[in-house]
Ligand binder design. Structure first.
Ligand SMILES: Cc1cc2nc3c(=O)[nH]c(=O)nc-3n(C[C@H](O)[C@H](O)[C@H](O)COP(=O)(O)O)c2cc1C
Length: 252
């Protein structure tokens, strides 16, 4: 079967949370970020910004804000992927236009930031680096914004720890849901068979057992049920709106 270097990198992906002390040379990081910046972008808006953080004290504070995720501090480079409407406002002002901002611009900027982030992660992995994305940047979005000096209309959608993987701590790949559950042919298949979900629970439980972690047979659905039976980050919408991201209004 034919393959390609890109497919191989994608197929080998595993999130890395343990890094060596080795730094990432500036030139390599620039190369990866430049490749990431080739990502497609909605209407060529490029509605994102990336903050490169190497400062130890800032990483330490970000680690605390992310719920004490130690690797945010121990990674040599932390990248904050921001959804950024601030620059678009400046672009509008060049033409004496007032930027309107609503759910659609929120999505455009968040999707742009996500696409760039994914390209950067794949590019980094292709060069032997390891990465973990950090959604916990949304735990305290305002404090994160203050720490990184973000202007109005910008928030950190997620972060990313980058570094050289500690070879003794590379986890095995995490099983994915069966393809039949997530890839639909022509029309959405609503059957969601219980047996397929249970098979995935067992595969994931086995994965954790192999790693010496003890999780029961509901490894996947049990965690989903526990996490989603209460609202996630219930204050996020109000905080982001205070930060100039207009999610509920029409923008008029
Ligand atoms: C948007 C996003 C946010 C994430 N946030 C975190 C995080 O805050 N902390 C963490 O340890 N992993 C985080 N992850 C990593 C996921 O837990 C990981 O990708 C998932 O469990 C699948 O494992 P794998 O990437 O090794 O296949 C995040 C992943 C994504 C895509």
């Amino acid at each position: 079967m034919e393959t390609s270097p890109t497919l191989e990198v994608l197929n080998q992906h595993v999130t890395i949370r343990s890094f060596t002390d080795e730094n990432i040379p500036g030139q390599l990081l620039t190369q990866i970020l430049e490749a990431g910046r080739r990502s497609p972008t909605s209407s060529n808006m490029q509605a994102y910004s990336i903050i490169v953080v190497r400062d130890q004290d800032v990483k330490r504070q970000l680690a605390i804000l992310a719920g004490n995720q130690k690797y945010v501090e121990t990674c040599p480079v932390f990248l904050a992927f921001c959804a950024d409407l601030n620059r678009l406002k400046s672009a509008c002002a060049l033409h004496d236009a007032e930027m309107t901002n609503n759910l659609e611009t929120f999505l455009i900027s968040t999707i742009d930031a996500s696409l760039v982030g994914m390209s950067v992660q794949t590019g980094a992995e292709s060069m032997g680096l390891g990465a973990v994305m950090i959604g916990a940047m949304r735990n305290h979005p305002r404090k994160v914004a203050e720490l990184l000096g973000l202007p109005l209309h910008v928030y950190v959608a997620f972060g990313m720890c980058l570094g050289w993987p500690d070879k003794d701590n590379i986890p095995p790949q995490k099983p994915r849901l069966p393809a039949e559950l997530v890839i639909h042919q022509e029309k959405y298949d609503m059957s969601n068979p219980k047996s397929k979900i249970e098979a995935h629970n067992n595969a994931l439980a086995q994965h954790y057992t192999n790693m010496g972690k003890n999780l029961d047979g509901a490894a996947w659905s049990g965690v989903i049920a526990r996490n989603l039976s209460r609202p996630l980050r219930p204050n996020l919408k109000a905080t982001l709106e205070e930060m100039g991201l207009n999610i509920s209004g029409t923008g008029e």
